[in-house]
Structures are given as structure tokens and as C-alpha cells.
Write a protein that binds this ligand. Sequence first.
Ligand code: NAD
Ligand code: UGA
Length: 470
Amino acid sequence: MTIKIKNICCIGAGYVGGPTMAVIAKHCKDIQVNVVDINKKRINDWNSNNLDKLPIYEPGLAEIIIKTRGNNLHFSNLVQENIASADMIFISVNTPTKKSGFGAGKASDLKWIDLCAREISKYACGHTIVVEKSTLPIKTADTIKQILGSSKKTPAGELKTFSVLSNPEFLSEGTAINDLENPDRILIGGEEKESIDTLISIYKNWVPEEKILTTNIWSSELSKLISNAFLAQRISSINSISALCEKTGANIKEVSLAIGGDKRIGKKFLNTGPGFGGSCFKKDILNLIYICNHYGLPEVSNYWSKVIDINQWQTKRISRLVVEKLFGTLTSKRIGILGFSYKANTNDTRESPAINICKDLLEEGAILQIYDPKVSFEQVEYELENCVELDSKKNISKFNWIYSETMEKASEGCDALIILTEWDEFSKIDWGLISDKMRSPAWIFDTRLISNSKEATNYGLNVWNVGIGD
Ligand code: NAD
Ligand code: UGA
């Protein structure tokens, strides 16, 4: 038995809510999908006729938005109204690390989840299936159930009931649409069979049934955290070995290939880099650490904390190395930063390793010329300066960085270029052209191993590659 779903409401129009609901709307034409958010600008941007203004850059997203928006996909700030008319509500709000109070710096801040549950409890009508889409600490479903249970009837006296499911999202930014269209698996945790089957019936519109995994609710909540922890652990493992390769003459690309050839290890997620970024890996591992301590498992929490330690160390050692190679001083030296997003094909800069590397270099007195194909000047400014006032028209901050519109501009007069994001265009750099613009002796630091170092060397540039050296 399944329940007929006519109206879905998704609370949170962010990197998960927007793309996920767009794909559901695409495949479930008989369902009205309403994505709501308290952030007015974000909703205006989702509704913009200029698709370049969508709040999220994600390959393939705009094409789906054109086909669905205004038909069965709607973006608005009408949170209460859309909760009231929904048969199923996805909670896709942010769950960042707490900044203050108990558990600050580790536990997830659940204030937005709490608020959503209260709004749902107050405004929902009839029977509503509430789906946890956000990444949450294990046992959050209990909290949500308790809050939902605080209101039993609508003002008109109609009985309200709820069923809570966990359905974590595994998409990666930059490949979100493909991940949503062809997921490795869909995970649904819950207790009531009817609600689980109803959610399965939605996914079955495009996902093969054998990919839909059902578990108890706690396994589902925990598996999302553990999935991210395992992925991040692989990156810290390979990054730790990148440093050993640089010391010994081994080549990290060859080592990755050699170990990844073992099917038990696998090829994916073995790319060394400047450290993992993004809004989730660090926060989810911090949360895991917090949970392990809470349950009296300090050995387990210590184990996972090393994944974060190595990540911070990797980023810092790259900053230090740049200073060393440039004769120990960056004062008044120009450095071009190629890439500011935390990975390619996204405009997201949350926890990007570029932020800390840029800050380190600015502190050393460098003048930075920052270029990223999709990250705006305002976003770089926000990350580096926490929104101090500056003359945005000139693209010049009162600090020592300049926003460059092109890669060529970013390299003008530079003593060094640092590739920090693996944007495809950085794999095709014309080193002849770029070397003419730089000041000699010039350095290229490739933290993503995507540039043609041989060609750069042929044009007289010094090249340092992560996991290989110079
Ligand atoms: P986000 O910050 O991009 O979006 C969250 C949105 O929720 C914001 O626009 C915010 O204004 C809105 N919001 C917060 N409280 C609200 C309320 N009470 N009512 C209405 N709107 C409200 O976050 P995100 O990146 O989409 O992540 C959302 C969740 O999904 C997090 O738990 C995250 O860990 C998880 N997740 C993220 C990704 C990813 O790639 N970004 C992938 C998988 C899972
Ligand atoms: C990650 C997970 O891959 C998703 O499954 C998960 O849903 C999501 O977090 C989440 O919960 O938010 P995302 O952060 O978007 O997705 O992107 P990843 O491709 O995982 O990259 C994360 C960081 O690791 C990036 O900075 C990337 O450059 C880095 N990375 C990735 C490496 O340094 N090496 C690799 O081999 C892979």
C-alpha cells in the first residue's frame, strides 16, 4: 500500500533542495513540487529569467529548471502555506557545525531543523510524511518526532498525524544532476512500511528498484555520516602519502594508479590535492567525533580526528612551501590564484582550501590576483574579508587582492601561479602565453596535478607538483 502524493514541499532551496527537487519534478509530472526558503534573495534568484543568475551553478541544472519551473516546480518564500498543502515534506536545511555553546566546533547546529519541525507541527494538515534530507546526527528523528507530536489537531479540529523517514542525500556538487539521475543507491530508513513504500514509489519513477535500500532509521542517519567520513579518509590517506612521495622520488599519480588497480581498494577518490573542502566532510567528521565522545568512545573519535588533522596539515604545508620556494619572502610579490571553489564545476566556496591558502599568503605580504571561472568577486570578498566595505566596481579590495576576470590577467606580473581547483581550462593552459606575462624567476604550483608541467618547464618556468615535487 502506498499513499497518493500530490504535493511535495521541500524546506531549504540550497545546493541539495534545489537540484533534488528539480529532478523529482522532472520525473514525477503529476506531483506539484514546492521548494520554500526563508532567504528572499535565493528564491528570487531561483525564479530569475536569466538562468546565469540561478543561485547554484551545476552542469545540467538550468536545462531541467527551464522545463519544470512554473509547471510542477515552484520556488517561493511561502513556507507555512506550502507546508499546509503538502502530503510529503523534505527537510533540506543547513546543519553546520555549532559555533558557540555546548559542543561548539564539533556538534551539528540543529536550530534550523528544530525550527522546521515546529513549523511543520504547527501548519501541517492531515497525514504528512516528513523526510530528513539534511545530514543529521544519529537519533535526530526522535527529536523531530517529539516536536511534531506537540500539535495534534489543526485549528479546524482536524486530526494531524506524521511519519518520519530518513533519506540522506549522496550527491556531489559539480556532478549533482548526474548523481541524482543515476544514483549508486537510494537509502531510506524508517519504521512505517506504508510511508517507506510511498517514498520508494516516487524514486521508482527513474531509479531501478534494486538500487533502493531500506534500513532502520538509525542505520540510515548514521550511514550518511560514515559515508562522508570514509570518503574524506581516503583523501587524507592519499594526501599524507603525497608528502612522502615528494621526499622520496615516488610519484603520487603512479602510486594512486598502482594501489587503485587492486579492486578491493578501487580507483576512485585517490586524487591528491590541497586538502578536501566543501560544506560537509569536515562538519560531518566533527559531528562523528562529537557523537563518539558522547557515547564514551574516545578511541574511535581520536581515530577520525586524524582525518581532519591531516587535511589541515596538507593545506598549511602547501602555503609554507610556496613561501620557501619564493626565497622565504612574499612581501610585494604577485601571486596568481587559479581556482577558488573547493572543486571544479561548482561556484561553492564553503571550506575551500583556497581560502586558507590565500589568507596565509596575504599574511606573508603577497599581492594576490584571483581567478575562478564561476566564483564571483563578491563571494571571494565574503570568504577573505567577511564582507568589509570596498569598492566593488573596481574589483579591488582594500586588502592586497585583486579579482581577475581571466587567467591571463591573473598571471600578469606574477612571481608564481598556484592551481588550486581542477577546472578543465587549467589543464589546457598555453604556457608560452602565460610565461611571457610572468616575472622571472617564475614558479607554477600545481596542487591538482592537471597542468602540462613539461611544457611549462620548456618555457623556463619552475614547476612544483603536489606528490611529485620539483
Ligand atoms: P544550503 O545552505 O545551501 O541550503 C540550506 C537552505 O535552507 C538555505 O537556503 C536556508 O536559507 C534554508 N533554511 C534554513 N532554515 C530554514 C527554515 N526554517 N525555513 C526555510 N528555509 C530554511 O545547504 P545545502 O548545501 O543544501 O545542505 C543542506 C543539507 O544537506 C545539509 O545538512 C548538508 O549536510 C546536506 N548535504 C549537502 C550536500 C551538498 O553537496 N551541499 C550533499 C549532501 C547532503
Ligand atoms: C561529498 C560527497 O562526495 C557526497 O557523496 C556527499 O553527498 C557530499 O559530500 C555531502 O554530503 O555534502 P562534495 O563535497 O560535493 O561531495 O564533493 P567531493 O567530490 O566529495 O569533493 C570533496 C572535496 O574533496 C573537494 O575539495 C575535492 O577536491 C576533494 N577531493 C575529492 C580530493 O581532494 N581528492 C579526491 O580524490 C576526491
